[in-house]
Design a protein around this ligand. Sequence first.
Ligand code: ADE
Length: 238
Amino acid sequence: MTSSTVPWRATVLTLFPEMFPGPLGHALSGRALAADRWSLVARDIRDFATGRHRSVDDTPFGGGAGMVLRPDVVDAAIADAADDRPLVYLTPRGRPLTQDIARRIAAGPGVVALCGRYEGIDQRVIEARAMQEISIGDYVLAGGELAAMVLLDACVRLLPGVMGTAASADEESFADGLLEYPHYTRPALWEGHAVPEVLTSGNHAAIAAWRLEQSRQITQHRRPDLYNQYIASGAHAP
Ligand code: ADE
């Protein structure tokens, strides 16, 4: 394989490798996986446990509820996977996942995604391995596996040749900092509701202007944080 045909590689470090590929084995990401546009290895963190009891976790120093993943076990799992790919630890304490982060990771050689369970992972290995901590939202999941799937899905659909039409990636939500405009298809009249007239006018400039205005209004209403960023970026200026 030449470097341009080496697929984007994902390794997931997890206590539940049987959860993968799961939904990633279907639809767009599943077809891309079958077509070798990307590869996926799910490694069982438990395989790297040593000692008499082969335990992966222990009670927290300082007391408190739950269990903490041991740094030696996590480090061995990382050592086995580590190469030039970024190492991402999925945790609700991380920086929020954005389209920009997905774009950056998709543009690289792949990712090593570490999934936590229990109360979390010993802080020392997070620092020693300089992990990028990423959250998929302000809520707590039972583990990082679903978050890793979300991250991988967001990256894989951006890989070259994965999406049918390049234009659909450019026009969708977040591509220009705005949420997407509404879509309509046949029938033109459904249960008494007509589609907006401009969309059937054939006037492409008017359609583009209408869509942009819809995007602006929806973003301003639902996501004032994004809208303010959009205004501040100057992207709205002619
Ligand atoms: N693990 C548990 N909750 C999470 C979240 N919101 N994002 C990423 N990883 C998680």
